[in-house]
Design a protein around this ligand. Structure first.
Ligand code: ADP
Ligand code: MG
Length: 620
């Protein structure tokens, strides 16, 4: 930050460009929900008290040691002010500049973007993106922040600004520890200097704050830890209100899990799944947001390692009486206790999803539609929970209707007696899969195939490898042995003709192909390419290439030809009569089969050949 002028005691600073931009939007937009500035300032006061409580655990020298950990609001409707005071950590001069003059975290850009797009009301976005302090400028002519840091050597300061490009910092002797924020209201917002208005706002938004809140000397909140109370005594609205408070959300949660356990750990947990998946909406990666408490005292609001990474969409609170109060962020992740908590919470939450799927399948499908990417991430990254997660997977299949999902356990129940493997096939959608050649033999043999539409699903299958002891196999695997398809009754080429044709095709295609054989699995299509590489499917190959990984340019594929197909039979007669044309037809059959398999990596030579063939066809 630049210091524009420096007089004896007064410093003039200009806001970071992003802040000016943000304030400009905040000051000049129209709001329906200005009152949330109270919530934001109270929530900052509460954060500051929480930090102080932590600081007290390790620091001996605390300024104004004897002050209570509480929040005091005062209103003055003659002066048109509302004041929020806390005895928290306060701020030094550097901290004032850093915290109230810049937006440090990465969220600010996303916030400005969301604001400009108008995707949600400003009041909803402010808390979510951690720019709450600036919301005071929705109603303020001027904001003053009187402060003294918990550090003894800190100065007595006042920060002030009218929300346009700059702010001032002055020294003013006689400050208590913490912050006292005086909001000088605009004429049209004077209502917020009335006690009744503010009391009403506090009951609506701040009843879950874990410190006493007083309004003009009178206590307004009961400090309560909802998560420690019995499920039966909690009303639905209380849960919803708590969720909104805790998750900074403005709608209801999609589902919640509230439970208590004594063994192996004493724990009370209240977890929520939000309605929307912010990552799917294109917002930044979610951060851990399940707070860790020990007997109502906040240990860490965003503890890493309390839950596996793939559960980062969860909100809520976990309270464990077994945790040491002074556990630090650094030791948290390695702590054996936290690992135990992680295991217990993950198991319970997965169990909750399983129950939901059983008892309330519609709700579960709603959850699945929004959050399946996280479950799939779990399967590919979290070995310990892979099996439990695999039960939650849902896919369309050749036996479901379009848009209806089945799970793999149900698939297993439907398996034919002699069927040993579970089949799946990946393509962009149902029509592509059903129109392609891969399903023909499975259909003819009455074998179910799961339909995968997301590239990540192939990774999921290869990580899972098996389900219920049965191997998961892609329908384009060369090694699958299928019975002869019988629907097409026309006479096939003889065994001798087959050998001759296959050998000839092999010569024409040379290095482009692996093995060439007569097919048992084809009904209507003349040919099919099969993946000889068990590990890497066409999609995976494309993704690996996109990630600049080293994969062979051309996959090893085998070609199978349909010995009953007229085109193949014609080709056989052509190899002696018109070898040149037969070669081009062969190349084209092969390329077309590659396209059907998703291997069309270089279509140029194919395009030229199609024109040549068309020309031949039309000059006859
Ligand atoms: P957030 O609370 O999400 O960090 P805010 O815009 O609400 O974002 O606040 C910005 C920062 O200003 C806080 O992170 C904190 O460091 C500082 N701050 C705000 N209010 C107080 C306060 N009452 N006491 C101490 N620090 C505060
Ligand atoms: Mg805040």
């Amino acid at each position: 930050m630049t210091t524009d002028t420096k007089q004896d005691k007064l410093e003039q600073h200009s806001f970071q460009a992003e802040v000016t931009q943000l304030l400009d939007l905040v000051v000049h937009s129209l709001y329906t929900n200005k009152e949330i500035f109270v919530r934001e300032l109270v929530s900052n006061a509460s954060d500051a008290l929480e930090k102080l409580r932590h600081t007290q655990l390790t620091e001996k020298e605390i300024f104004d040691e004897s002050l209570e950990l509480e929040i005091n609001l005062t209103t003055d409707d003659t002066a048109g002010t509302v004041t929020i005071q806390d005895f928290g950590v306060g701020m030094t001069r550097e901290e004032l500049i850093e915290n109230l003059g810049t937006i440090a975290h990465s969220g600010s850009k996303a916030f400005l973007q969301a604001l400009k797009e108008g995707s949600a009301p400003v009041s909803d976005l402010i808390g979510q993106f951690g720019v709450g302090f600036y919301s005071a400028f929705m109603v303020a002519k001027e904001v003053k922040v009187y402060t003294h840091s918990w550090k003894n050597e800190g100065e007595h300061l006042v920060w002030s600004s009218d929300g346009t490009g700059s702010y001032q910092i002055e020294t003013v002797e006689g400050q208590r520890r913490g912050c006292k924020i005086v909001v000088q209201l605009k004429e049209e917002d004077k209502d917020f200097s009335k006690a009744d208005t503010v009391r009403d706002i506090l009951t609506r938004y701040s009843s879950f704050v874990q410190f006493p809140i007083n309004l003009n000397g009178e206590r307004v909140n009961k400090v309560q830890a909802l998560w420690l109370r019995g499920k039966n005594e909690i009303k639905e609205e209380e849960y919803t209100e708590f969720y909104k408070f805790q998750a900074k959300a403005f709608d209801e949660p999609l589902t919640r899990l509230h439970f208590a356990a004594d063994a192996p750990l004493a724990i009370n947990a209240l977890l929520f799944v939000p309605k929307t998946n912010m990552e799917k909406m294109g917002f930044m990666r979610e951060e851990a947001a399940v707070s860790l408490y020990c007997r109502k005292v906040l240990i860490d609001a965003k503890p890493d390692g309390l839950l596996p990474d793939w559960l980062r969409f969860l909100k809520g609170v976990v309270d464990s009486a077994d945790l040491p109060l002074n556990i630090s962020r650094e030791t948290m992740q390695d702590s054996a206790l936290v690992k135990k908590l992680n295991k217990l919470l993950t198991r319970r939450f997965l169990k909750h999803l399983e129950n939901m799927a059983k008892k309330n399948s519609e709700d579960f499908l709603g959850f699945y539609e929004n959050f399946n990417a996280f479950l799939k991430e779990g399967i590919t990254t979290d070995f310990a929970h892979r099996e439990q997660l695999s039960k939650l997977l849902r896919y369309e299949s050749s036996t479901t209707d379009k848009g209806k999902l089945t799970n793999i356990a149900e698939y297993v129940e439907r398996m034919k007696e002699d069927q040993k493997e579970i089949y799946y096939y990946f393509a962009s959608n149902r029509d592509v899969i059903e129109a392609g050649p891969y399903l023909e033999a499975f259909k003819a043999n009455n074998l179910e195939v799961l339909y995968l539409y997301e590239p990540v699903d192939e990774f999921v299958m290869s990580h899972l490898h098996e389900f219920d002891g049965k191997t998961l196999v892609s329908a384009d695997q060369s090694e699958i042995q299928l019975d002869t398809a019988t629907e097409n009754e026309s006479e096939p080429l003889s065994h001798e003709e087959e050998n001759k044709l296959c050998e000839w095709i092999n010569e024409q295609l040379g290095e482009r192909v692996g093995k060439v054989t007569g097919s048992k699995r084809l009904v209507d299509s003349p040919a099919i390419v099969l993946n000889a590489d068990k590990m890497i499917s066409p999609t995976m190959r494309r993704m690996m290439k996109a990630m600049q990984q080293d994969v062979a340019a051309n996959p090893t594929v085998n070609l199978e030809i349909n010995l009953r197909h007229p085109l193949v039979k014609n080709l056989y007669s052509l190899i002696e009569a018109e070898a040149d044309l037969a070669n081009q037809v062969t190349q084209q059959i092969y390329d077309t089969a590659l396209v059907a398999a998703g291997f069309n990596e270089d279509p140029r030579s194919m395009v030229d050949r199609i024109y040549t063939l068309l020309e031949k066809l039309t000059t006859r």
